[in-house]
Write a protein that binds this ligand. Structure first.
Ligand code: XMP
Length: 510
C-alpha cells in the first residue's frame, strides 16, 4: 500500500495565484495540495501536512463573509504561512490590527529591510510583487516585523515560537524573483521531505496502479495527446498486457498521426489496438455543417466504436483515464469537475458498463505528466504536443466535411506545424491550427487564373485556454509558410492569419 507523502496544504481563499503556490512547492520537490479555505482540520490532516499556507484572496478581514480557516488549525502546531489576505487574517485573528490605509499598493516594491526565518540566506535587494488594499498596522503579541517597504512598514511578520509567518507580497509569482528561496525556507521550517521528483512520482504511481489493479484487466482510450499516451506507457509498465489501449482513428486526425502513435507506443510495450473507423465517421457526418451537430455525431460514434472494441477485447474491470489535478482541485471556486467528467472523458461511456476508474494523474499538473513522459521514453513530438480537439479536423473544416477537404487540410496543417517546429516557434505557442474556409477567391498562378480555397492559420499563446492571445509570429515566418502552402497545396490560393484574441473569438473556429 502506498502512504500519503508529506505535503504542504494550501488553503484557498480565492487568489488567482493559489495554483501557482502549489506548483512552486512541487517544483521545489515538495508535494502540495489545494483545499478550500474552510476545510476542517480533520480533512487537512488526511493530506499528511507538514505545513499550511493560507492563500491570498479578494476579501478583507472585516468583510462580513470573510473566509476563515478552521479555528482548530490555528491552535495546532503546524507551521503556517499566510500570503497577502492570509497574512492579514493571521494578524487579525491573533489580535493585531488590519486597516485600509488609503491607496492600494500594486506592482513591484523593494524591501527596505528583511530578516528572520523566511529570509534565511537571502542577501542584496529583494523585489516583491504587491497587490493589496488592506495592511497590517499593529502587530499581535508575540509577532515581529521581519520585512518592510517604503509604503508598507509591515510587509512580513513572524512568530518564531508558534511557527506562524506572513508575507504581504506574493512570493509565488515571477515578479518576486527571490520568492522561490523564501518558499524553500518555509519548507525547511516545516521539515518537509523533498522527495517529489519525477522519478519518485513515477515509482509511486506504478506501485499504486499495481496495488489497485491487481490481476484485473484495464481498458484505456488513446487520443494521441500527451496525457493518454503517457498513461498508456505508465500502465504498460505497471500491468503489462493486462492493459488494452484503444486508439480510434475517426479519419479526422492530422497527417500520419495514427502511425506516429503506433510507432511511439508499441515498441515500449503498449498493447495497442488501432481501429480505422474513418468510413463510419465520414458516413455519419455526410451533409452536416452545423458545428454542434458535428460534435454530437462524433461523440456518439466514438462511444459506439469504443464500446464495440471493449466488447471484443474484454471483459475489462478497469477503465483508465488521464484526469489531471486541475480538474479535481477542491478550491474556493468550487469542487473539481472530476466526477462530472469521470466517465465522459473518453467520450461518455454509459454508466451501466460499471468500470472501476484508474486515474493515476489525478494529483499531477500537466508539466509533471510531461516530466514522467520523459522518463518513460515518450518521443519529444508527442510529449510537447499542443492540445488537439477530440472532434479533430471536423471542427476546422467550416461547413460540410468531405474526404477531399480533409486531405487538403491535413497537408496545410502539416506544413504549418512542421514549419513552426523548423523555425523554433512551436514551443513558444500554446496551440496552432489551420482552418479550411468555404471561401473561394480569384488568384493567379503562372499565367493561369485560379479560383480556390482560403485557409486561415491561427496560433495562440495561453496559460489556461480560457483566454488566449494571438501569437505574434514573425512576418518572415508567415511569408515562408504562406508560400509553402500555396506552392504545395494547389487547392489553396490564399492564406490569412487570424489576429483575434479570445475573448471575443474562441481558439477554434467552430
Ligand atoms: P475554444 O475554441 O473553445 O477552445 O477556445 C479551447 C480549447 O478547447 C479545445 N476544444 C475542444 N477539445 N473537444 C475537445 O476535446 C471539443 O469539442 C473542443 N472544442 C474546443 C480547443 O482545441 C482548445 O484547446
Amino acid at each position: 500500500m502506498s502512504t500519503v507523502p508529506n505535503s504542504i496544504v494550501i488553503l484557498d481563499f480565492g487568489s488567482q495565484y493559489t495554483r501557482l503556490i502549489a506548483r512552486r512547492f512541487r517544483e521545489l520537490g515538495s508535494f502540495s495540495v489545494i483545499l478550500p479555505g474552510n476545510a476542517p482540520l480533520e480533512r487537512i490532516m488526511r493530506e499528511n501536512p507538514k505545513g499550511v499556507v493560507l492563500s491570498g484572496g479578494p476579501s478583507s478581514v472585516y468583510d462580513e463573509a470573510a473566509p476563515q480557516p478552521d479555528a482548530a488549525l490555528l491552535s495546532s502546531d503546524l507551521p503556517i504561512l499566510g500570503v497577502c489576505y492570509g497574512m492579514q487574517f493571521l494578524a487579525h485573528q491573533a489580535g493585531g490590527t488590519v486597516e485600509r490605509v488609503g491607496k492600494r499598493e500594486y506592482g513591484k516594491a523593494e524591501l527596505t529591510q528583511f530578516s528572520g526565518d523566511l529570509f534565511t540566506g537571502l542577501e542584496g535587494e529583494f523585489v516583491a510583487w504587491m497587490s493589496h488594499s488592506d495592511s497590517v498596522t499593529r502587530l499581535p503579541t508575540g509577532y515581529t516585523v521581519v520585512a518592510s517597504t517604503l509604503d508598507t512598514p509591515v510587509t512580513a511578520i513572524e512568530n518564531q515560537q508558534l511557527k506562524r509567518y506572513g508575507v504581504q507580497f506574493h512570493p509565488e509569482v515571477v515578479h518576486t524573483p527571490k520568492g522561490g528561496q523564501l518558499l524553500e525556507n518555509f519548507l525547511a521550517i516545516c521539515q518537509v521531505e523533498r522527495t517529489w521528483t519525477a522519478q519518485h512520482i513515477l515509482d509511486e504511481l506504478i506501485g499504486n496502479v499495481k496495488t489497485q489493479v491487481g490481476s484485473g484487466r484495464v481498458l484505456l482510450g488513446i487520443s494521441g495527446g500527451v496525457d493518454s499516451s503517457t498513461l498508456a506507457l505508465l500502465l504498460a509498465k505497471a500491468v503489462g498486457t493486462q492493459l488494452t489501449a484503444v486508439f480510434v482513428d475517426h479519419g479526422l486526425l492530422r497527417l500520419g498521426e495514427r502511425q506516429q502513435v503506433e510507432k511511439a507506443l508499441r515498441p515500449l510495450g503498449v498493447n495497442l489496438v488501432c481501429v480505422d473507423a474513418s468510413e463510419r465517421f465520414l458516413g455519419a457526418l455526410k451533409g452536416i455543417s452545423d458545428p454542434e451537430e458535428k460534435r454530437k455525431i462524433i461523440g456518439r460514434e466514438f462511444i459506439r466504436v469504443f464500446e464495440a472494441e471493449a466488447g471484443q477485447y474484454g471483459p475489462f474491470e478497469f477503465l483508465a483515464q488521464g484526469t489531471l489535478y486541475p480538474d479535481v482541485i477542491e478550491s474556493a471556486g468550487g469542487e473539481g469537475a472530476a466526477n462530472i467528467k469521470s466517465h465522459h472523458n473518453v467520450g461518455g461511456l454509459p454508466d451501466d458498463l460499471e468500470f472501476k476508474l484508474v486515474e493515476p494523474f489525478r494529483t499531477l499538473f500537466k508539466d509533471e505528466v510531461r516530466e514522467i513522459a520523459l522518463l518513460l521514453g515518450l518521443p519529444e513530438d508527442i510529449r510537447m504536443r499542443h492540445p488537439f480537439p477530440g472532434p479533430g479536423l471536423a471542427i476546422r473544416i467550416l461547413g460540410e466535411i468531405t474526404p477531399e477537404k480533409i486531405a487538403i487540410l491535413q497537408r496545410v496543417d502539416d506544413i504549418f506545424i512542421s514549419s513552426l517546429r523548423e523555425f523554433g516557434l512551436y514551443g513558444s505557442t500554446s496551440q496552432a491550427l489551420a482552418v479550411l474556409t468555404p471561401i473561394r477567391s480569384v488568384g493567379v498562378m503562372g499565367d493561369e487564373r485560379t479560383y480556390s480555397y482560403t485557409v486561415a492559420l491561427r496560433a495562440v499563446t495561453t496559460a489556461d485556454f480560457m483566454t488566449a492571445q494571438f501569437a505574434r509570429l514573425p512576418y518572415e515566418f508567415l511569408e515562408v509558410v504562406s508560400s509553402r502552402i500555396v506552392n504545395h497545396v494547389h487547392e489553396i490560393n490564399r492564406v490569412v492569419y487570424d489576429i483575434t484574441s479570445k475573448p471575443p473569438a474562441t481558439i477554434e473556429w467552430e
